[in-house]
Structure formats: C-alpha cells, structure tokens
Design a protein around this ligand. Structure first.
Ligand code: C2E
Ligand code: MG
Ligand code: MG
Ligand code: MG
Length: 284
C-alpha cells in the first residue's frame, strides 16, 4: 500500500495538505475563542534604564494557555492572527489589558505593546489606541508602541499619517528589531519615532565578533544622532551589559535583567538595580 502511494507523490502529499488546512482552520477558530474566553494572558519584561538605574518600562508579551496543547508562544499564533485578521481583536485585547494591569500595579511605569506591521497602515488604529487608553484610564504618555521596520514597505503615506496621528495622541513610537528590516535610514527622519530597539541578534553577535561590537556601537551612535532613545534587546550576560553601557546605550532588556514575568514579581523588585544584581550574582 505504502509502495503504491510512494510512486505518486501527489497522492502521497495530498491528505497531509488537507490535514494542515483543517488544522489551521481549527487553530483559527480556537484563537477567536481564546480571546473571548480568557485563555490569553500577558507576561511583562522589564526595560532597565542605564541612565537612572531603574526599571522605567515593561514590554507586554502575549501568551496563550491552550486547553489542549498547553502554553503556546506568540511566534506560533501571531502570524496566523495576522493572516486571518484576528490580529485586530488580539491587539485591542493586549492594549487594553496591558494598560489596565500596568495602571493597577504602578504609578509611573510605562508599558510597551507590539503592533503588527499590517496594522500600521490602518487608519482605525488611532481610534483603537485612543479607546484602549480611555477604557483603561491610562495616560497616553506611558504607552509605547513597538513597530517593526517593515511597516515602511507598504503604503508609506498612509503609514506616515497614522503614525503622526498616534504621536499626537501622546504615545511613544519605537522601532522594534532594529537592523533586521528593510527601512532605509532616511525613514528615521520621515517617521516620528522616539526610540529604536536594537535586535537581539546584534547583541548575541557581540560574544564572538569584533565587527558585531562595532555595528552595535555605530547603531547606538546613529540613534543618538537622530535623538532617539536606544534600547538593546537580548542582553544575557554581564559582559554584554557593560559593553552596552560603555557605548552609552540608554536602556537594556534581556534575560540578564529578567525573563518575561508577572507584574507582581516586577513590583517586588521595583528597586532592583543592576548593581544589586551583581552583588547577588557574585555571592552565589
Ligand atoms: P519581540 O517584540 O522582539 O520581543 C522580544 C522577544 O525576545 C520575546 O519573545 C522575549 O521573551 C525574547 N527575549 C527577551 N530577552 C531575551 C534574551 O535575553 N534572550 C533571548 N534569547 N530572548 C529574549 P516572545 O515573548 O516569545 O515574543 C516573540 C515575538 O512575538 C515578539 O518579539 C513580538 O514580535 C511578538 N509578540 C509578542 N507579543 C505580542 C503581541 O501582543 N502582539 C504582537 N503583534 N506581537 C507580539
Ligand atoms: Mg517587541
Ligand atoms: Mg515585536
Ligand atoms: Mg525584538
């Protein structure tokens, strides 16, 4: 039987493709249910400001506690949400929840939320953000939106006006995964960004490459030239942190400071400083 099927690849693969389509549809349906039935939750990763030695902001990262599959990470379902349009409801949920929770736990902490590229050229984005802020009674000045560079590829004019309107609400705009996308440096001038987040691959590279060090240093310098607040992502070691500090990086984020966690835990460590952490590490 298997032999016959093997002779004809078309016959062999067809059932598999059909199954994949069915599974996708199923997951899509389940994702809609998940948003409405509280299966999604947020973890937060501290963003540590090297200038003030304080956690000044947290990044909201979505998780899906799936009843059958267990804990699912965003890389597994965000692309599906983007392709199916579910991302609109998902982002609305994340925005509202992040503002509510951070507002409940902290007086001054900012929160950053990831926005999908497909949403950046959607003019309704502005009223959606405004709505979330209002419903959560959260000040716009404490909300940061993380956008990837690729937003600039499609419909730059619409995107530009959406971003200026978002800015006029009072929220901050950050470029996420900086250095991995297709934006030309020119866009740094055209779009009203407040900061860049250097992609973690550059920080990882610093471990074994002198070139990577230079690239990171140059990107930080570039950010400064454009008056942008510079964050480095994926900081996993003390060495990386010290290098970044010597390059005048403003904010660091990564497992060395903290993995994504609950706001309760972050609050307990509100006075966390890298200096204290070093003491603790040395003692071990
Ligand atoms: P991102 O926005 O670049 O977020 C950083 C990712 O790197 C997170 O993965 C975080 O847990 C991980 N990370 C942080 N520090 C370190 C480190 O030191 N080492 C390593 N190896 N990884 C680190 P996560 O939570 O799995 O999220 C993956 C991506 O999914 C995010 O990348 C973001 O693009 C997307 N995402 C997460 N939540 C949302 C959301 O609510 N909406 C949208 N549209 N996208 C989201
Ligand atoms: Mg991000
Ligand atoms: Mg992102
Ligand atoms: Mg990133």
């Amino acid at each position: 039987k298997a032999k016959n099927a093997g002779k004809n690849n078309y016959v062999f693969y067809q059932p598999d493709m059909a199954r994949q389509i069915v599974q996708r549809r199923e997951l899509e349906r389940e994702l809609r249910v998940a948003i409405n039935e509280g299966q999604l939750f947020l973890l937060y990763q501290p963003r540590y400001d090297l200038r003030s030695s304080r956690i000044t902001s947290v990044e909201a990262l979505v998780r899906w506690q799936h009843p059958g599959y267990g804990l699912l990470m965003p890389d597994l379902f965000i692309p599906l949400a983007e392709e199916t349009g579910i991302i609109v409801d998902l982002t609305d949920w994340v925005l509202r929840k992040a503002c509510e929770e951070v507002g409940q736990h902290f007086e001054n902490m900012s929160v950053s939320v990831n926005i999908s590229p497909v949403e950046c050229r959607d003019p309704s984005m502005v009223s959606r953000v405004k709505n979330a802020l209002q419903k959560a009674a959260f000040p716009a000045s404490r909300l940061e939106l993380e956008l990837t560079e690729n937003i600039t590829l499609n419909g730059p004019d619409t995107t530009k006006s959406v971003m200026h309107e978002l800015k006029s609400l009072g929220v901050k705009l950050l470029i996420d995964d900086f250095g991995t996308g297709y934006a030309s440096l020119h866009y740094l001038n055209c779009f009203p960004f407040d900061g860049i987040k250097i992609d973690k691959s550059f920080v990882f590279g610093m471990n074994d490459s002198e070139t990577a060090h230079k690239i990171v240093e140059k990107i930080i310098g570039l950010g400064k030239d454009y008056n942008l607040e510079v964050t480095a992502e994926g900081v996993e070691t003390l060495e990386q942190l010290e290098q970044l500090k010597s390059y005048q990086c403003d904010i660091v984020q990564g497992y060395f400071i903290s993995r994504p966690t609950t706001l309760e835990k972050i609050k307990l460590n509100a006075n966390f400083s890298v200096e204290n952490n070093l003491l603790a590490t040395e003692k071990r």
